[in-house]
Design a protein around this ligand. Structure first.
Ligand SMILES: O=P(O)(O)OC[C@H]1O[C@H](OP(=O)(O)OP(=O)(O)O)[C@H](O)[C@@H]1O
Ligand code: HPA
Length: 173
């Protein structure tokens, strides 16, 4: 992959506007039931989205992190490798899972099952990108952008660990 040929799919400005809107929607959703939530950053890809989103949520947000991975190059291996789980209990907490992308949905299915076992008060998902090519069956309550069959990079998303720090979401033709 050649960094010169990366095309912009979602610009920095579009990301910023969408994240402000998502932050408002998330705040409105939770305000009637609680004044604090636990946001879970699914590492590594979600780091940029997580960091920007929590700043736009107008209530107390506890941070938590989980690391799973399953991709090699542009393909899923289908096997979720768990690198690090959550240490703190989520029992009775309102949990917002923050993802960079829902593609096949395998990662989220795995993560949701794990979190459900801890008996949280609720679980919702925010994802800055959702691909519409798979029937993943996951209810993404706070979706950012819906895209087709592109392999995207930047804004946390990688190709074999590279390109995560590109400030926009791009693709290579
Ligand atoms: O819906 P899926 O097909 O499961 O794909 C989505 C997952 O794939 C990527 O993670 P990856 O396994 O590449 O690990 P990373 O976050 O460390 O890059 C991405 O960050 C999501 O977590
Ligand atoms: O399109 C993608 N780009 C980067 N990582 C990913 N993980 C799932 N889908 C993607």
């Amino acid at each position: 992959m050649d960094i010169e040929n990366i095309k912009v799919l979602i610009s920095e400005e579009e990301l910023d506007n969408k994240i402000r809107e998502l932050g408002k929607n998330i705040t409105q959703h939770y305000k009637p039931m609680t004044d604090e939530i636990v946001a879970i950053c699914v590492l590594k890809g979600s780091i940029n989205f997580f960091s920007d989103l929590v700043k736009r949520i107008d209530m107390n947000v506890f941070y938590n992190f989980i690391q799973v991975s399953s991709y090699s190059g542009t393909n899923t291996t289908g096997k979720i490798k768990v690198k690090s789980w959550l240490e703190e209990s989520l029992e009775g907490k309102h949990v917002l899972i923050v993802e960079d992308i829902v593609d096949t949905g395998n990662t989220l299915k795995y993560v949701i099952k794990y979190i459900e076992r801890q008996k949280p008060a609720s679980i919702e998902v925010a994802s800055i990108v959702v691909k519409d090519v798979h029937e993943h069956g996951i209810d993404v309550k706070f979706p950012g952008f819906t895209i087709g069959d592109y392999f995207i990079i930047g804004y946390g998303l990688d190709y074999d660990q590279s390109y995560r720090n590109i400030p926009f979401i791009g693709y290579v033709e």
